[in-house]
Design a protein around this ligand. Structure first.
Ligand code: HEC
Length: 98
Protein backbone atom coordinates (compact mmCIF):
# COMPACT_ATOMS: atom_id res chain seq x y z
CA UNK A 1 0.00 0.00 0.00
CA UNK A 2 1.43 3.36 -0.98
CA UNK A 3 0.70 6.98 -0.28
CA UNK A 4 -2.35 6.94 -2.50
CA UNK A 5 -4.39 4.60 -0.33
CA UNK A 6 -8.09 5.50 -0.43
CA UNK A 7 -10.45 6.40 2.37
CA UNK A 8 -11.36 3.42 4.58
CA UNK A 9 -14.91 3.42 3.23
CA UNK A 10 -13.69 2.44 -0.22
CA UNK A 11 -13.00 -1.12 -1.26
CA UNK A 12 -9.49 -1.93 -2.39
CA UNK A 13 -10.61 -1.79 -6.02
CA UNK A 14 -12.35 1.57 -5.59
CA UNK A 15 -9.27 2.92 -3.83
CA UNK A 16 -7.11 1.86 -6.74
CA UNK A 17 -9.54 3.62 -9.07
CA UNK A 18 -9.40 6.74 -6.92
CA UNK A 19 -5.65 6.79 -7.21
CA UNK A 20 -5.86 6.48 -11.00
CA UNK A 21 -8.51 9.20 -11.16
CA UNK A 22 -6.42 11.55 -9.05
CA UNK A 23 -3.29 10.98 -11.10
CA UNK A 24 -4.78 10.82 -14.61
CA UNK A 25 -8.10 12.66 -14.61
CA UNK A 26 -8.45 15.18 -11.77
CA UNK A 27 -5.92 17.70 -13.05
CA UNK A 28 -8.26 18.32 -15.98
CA UNK A 29 -11.65 17.46 -14.55
CA UNK A 30 -11.22 19.33 -11.28
CA UNK A 31 -8.48 21.86 -11.92
CA UNK A 32 -8.60 22.35 -15.71
CA UNK A 33 -4.88 22.96 -15.43
CA UNK A 34 -4.50 23.21 -19.20
CA UNK A 35 -7.15 25.97 -19.25
CA UNK A 36 -9.07 24.13 -21.97
CA UNK A 37 -11.73 26.28 -23.58
CA UNK A 38 -14.18 23.43 -23.28
CA UNK A 39 -14.07 23.06 -19.51
CA UNK A 40 -13.85 19.36 -18.63
CA UNK A 41 -17.16 18.37 -17.00
CA UNK A 42 -17.48 17.63 -13.30
CA UNK A 43 -17.47 13.83 -12.92
CA UNK A 44 -19.02 13.74 -9.43
CA UNK A 45 -22.17 11.65 -9.50
CA UNK A 46 -21.46 10.67 -13.10
CA UNK A 47 -23.65 7.57 -12.93
CA UNK A 48 -26.46 9.24 -10.94
CA UNK A 49 -27.68 10.85 -14.13
CA UNK A 50 -29.13 8.96 -17.09
CA UNK A 51 -26.83 10.63 -19.58
CA UNK A 52 -23.23 11.77 -19.76
CA UNK A 53 -22.56 15.48 -20.32
CA UNK A 54 -22.42 14.80 -24.08
CA UNK A 55 -25.95 13.37 -23.95
CA UNK A 56 -25.12 9.72 -24.55
CA UNK A 57 -26.43 7.16 -22.03
CA UNK A 58 -24.34 6.94 -18.83
CA UNK A 59 -23.20 3.33 -19.08
CA UNK A 60 -19.94 1.61 -18.20
CA UNK A 61 -19.44 0.84 -21.87
CA UNK A 62 -19.85 4.48 -22.89
CA UNK A 63 -17.47 5.77 -20.22
CA UNK A 64 -14.92 3.08 -21.03
CA UNK A 65 -15.13 3.97 -24.71
CA UNK A 66 -14.77 7.68 -23.91
CA UNK A 67 -11.68 7.07 -21.79
CA UNK A 68 -10.06 4.81 -24.39
CA UNK A 69 -10.87 6.88 -27.47
CA UNK A 70 -10.98 10.38 -25.99
CA UNK A 71 -13.46 13.07 -26.90
CA UNK A 72 -12.90 16.59 -28.18
CA UNK A 73 -10.06 18.08 -26.13
CA UNK A 74 -9.82 14.96 -23.99
CA UNK A 75 -7.01 12.62 -25.01
CA UNK A 76 -7.64 8.89 -25.41
CA UNK A 77 -6.05 6.54 -22.90
CA UNK A 78 -5.98 3.45 -25.12
CA UNK A 79 -3.13 1.19 -24.07
CA UNK A 80 -2.48 3.18 -20.91
CA UNK A 81 -4.75 1.25 -18.55
CA UNK A 82 -4.84 -2.48 -18.00
CA UNK A 83 -8.26 -4.16 -17.89
CA UNK A 84 -7.90 -4.32 -14.13
CA UNK A 85 -7.12 -0.61 -13.88
CA UNK A 86 -10.06 0.26 -16.13
CA UNK A 87 -12.37 -1.81 -13.93
CA UNK A 88 -11.02 -0.04 -10.85
CA UNK A 89 -11.50 3.36 -12.45
CA UNK A 90 -15.11 2.53 -13.31
CA UNK A 91 -15.69 1.18 -9.80
CA UNK A 92 -14.46 4.46 -8.38
CA UNK A 93 -16.54 6.58 -10.78
CA UNK A 94 -19.55 4.55 -9.58
CA UNK A 95 -18.98 5.79 -6.03
CA UNK A 96 -19.80 9.27 -7.32
CA UNK A 97 -16.16 10.22 -6.51
CA UNK A 98 -15.85 9.86 -2.78
C1 HEC B 1 -6.48 16.85 -20.91
C2 HEC B 1 -7.64 16.97 -20.04
C3 HEC B 1 -8.45 15.73 -19.72
C4 HEC B 1 -8.01 14.58 -19.12
C5 HEC B 1 -6.61 14.20 -18.69
C6 HEC B 1 -9.18 13.76 -18.95
N1 HEC B 1 -10.29 14.37 -19.47
FE1 HEC B 1 -12.18 13.63 -19.52
N2 HEC B 1 -12.80 15.23 -20.58
C7 HEC B 1 -12.03 16.34 -20.92
C8 HEC B 1 -12.82 17.26 -21.72
C9 HEC B 1 -12.34 18.59 -22.30
C10 HEC B 1 -14.09 16.68 -21.85
C11 HEC B 1 -15.28 17.22 -22.66
C12 HEC B 1 -15.19 16.61 -24.05
C13 HEC B 1 -16.24 17.14 -24.99
O1 HEC B 1 -17.43 16.90 -24.73
O2 HEC B 1 -15.86 17.76 -25.99
C14 HEC B 1 -14.06 15.42 -21.12
C15 HEC B 1 -15.14 14.56 -21.00
C16 HEC B 1 -15.16 13.43 -20.19
C17 HEC B 1 -16.33 12.64 -19.92
C18 HEC B 1 -17.74 12.91 -20.44
C19 HEC B 1 -18.00 12.15 -21.72
C20 HEC B 1 -19.33 12.47 -22.31
O3 HEC B 1 -19.83 11.63 -23.11
O4 HEC B 1 -19.91 13.52 -22.01
C21 HEC B 1 -15.94 11.61 -19.10
C22 HEC B 1 -16.81 10.50 -18.56
C23 HEC B 1 -14.53 11.78 -18.87
N3 HEC B 1 -14.09 12.89 -19.55
C24 HEC B 1 -13.78 10.95 -18.07
C25 HEC B 1 -12.41 11.07 -17.89
C26 HEC B 1 -11.62 10.15 -17.11
C27 HEC B 1 -12.17 8.95 -16.37
C28 HEC B 1 -10.33 10.58 -17.20
C29 HEC B 1 -9.09 9.94 -16.59
C30 HEC B 1 -8.81 8.59 -17.04
C31 HEC B 1 -10.32 11.78 -18.02
N4 HEC B 1 -11.60 12.05 -18.40
C32 HEC B 1 -9.18 12.52 -18.33
C33 HEC B 1 -10.71 16.52 -20.57
C34 HEC B 1 -9.89 15.59 -19.95
Amino acid sequence: MGACQGAPALTEQQAEGKHLYQVRCAHCHEENDLALKKVPPDLHGLFDRKTLPSGIPATDAAVRQNVLAGRGMMPGFAGRFTEEQMAALLAYLHTGLR
